[in-house]
Write a protein that binds this ligand. Structure first.
Ligand code: IMP
Length: 195
């Protein structure tokens, strides 16, 4: 079992979440820890493509076993948008708040609130790629609730729950979330690696 992995992200929220999901068995370190400052490309038109692109770029540059994740929020009434454009839905350089304002405006008179987060994790270990995915179904509320988490968390109510992702403790979100499910699959794979 591997003991250390580089997580290809600059997002400190994600880093914290992923370390909590993985626990103590594997130490996750970040770009900051190794002084990696290059801009990582994310130009593909699918979340699988972006997860692969980010992991490949970082592995090629560093030669360190690493993983990258990519997430999309798919809203049924918006034909699956923002999807692969979830990070910059309201425009280049926009904030989480800008994105929430945009989807709530687009869904103002919409009754069908069904949505899901989909996450793909691409692990590159010893020069081999492995993909893991995770999904959580839910609904987009009409207004924000809660202050924890990040991104679209305050307006996402997971199916079967009474709290949004931004209202629930981290361990609850991580137990059911798209990222939690994908990362847990990776952890199970690594527990048996190299097999
Ligand atoms: P990324 O490409 O994986 O960084 O994710 C794209 C965007 O999806 C992020 O900028 C967030 O706005 C949103 N996102 C990703 N993961 C989550 C989450 O766990 N909760 C809420 N929003 C998320």
């Amino acid at each position: 079992m591997t003991e250390k992995l580089l997580f290809a992200t600059n997002n400190q929220h994600k880093l914290r979440e992923v370390q909590e999901i993985i626990g103590n068995s594997i130490r996750v370190f970040s770009f900051k820890d190794i002084g990696f400052t290059e801009e990582v490309p994310e130009t593909q038109n699918s979340i699988e493509g972006n997860a692969r692109q980010k992991a490949r770029f970082v592995y090629q540059k560093t030669g360190i076993n690493c993983f990258a994740d990519d997430t999309g929020l798919e809203i049924d009434s918006l034909d699956g948008r923002p999807g692969v454009y979830s990070a910059r839905y309201a425009g280049e350089g926009c904030s989480f708040e800008n994105n929430i304002v945009k989807i709530l405006a687009e869904m103002k008179d919409v009754d069908n609130r069904k949505a899901r987060f989909r996450c793909v994790v691409c692990l590159i270990i010893d020069n081999h790629e492995h993909l893991f995915d995770g999904k959580i179904e839910g609904a987009i509320l009409k207004e924000k609730r809660g202050i924890d988490g990040f991104g679209y968390d305050p307006v996402f109510l997971p199916e079967g729950q009474t709290s949004t992702f931004a209202e629930m403790p981290a361990y609850l979100k991580n137990g059911i979330s798209h990222r939690g499910r994908a990362i847990n699959k990776m952890v199970r794979f690594l527990q048996n690696y190299p097999g």
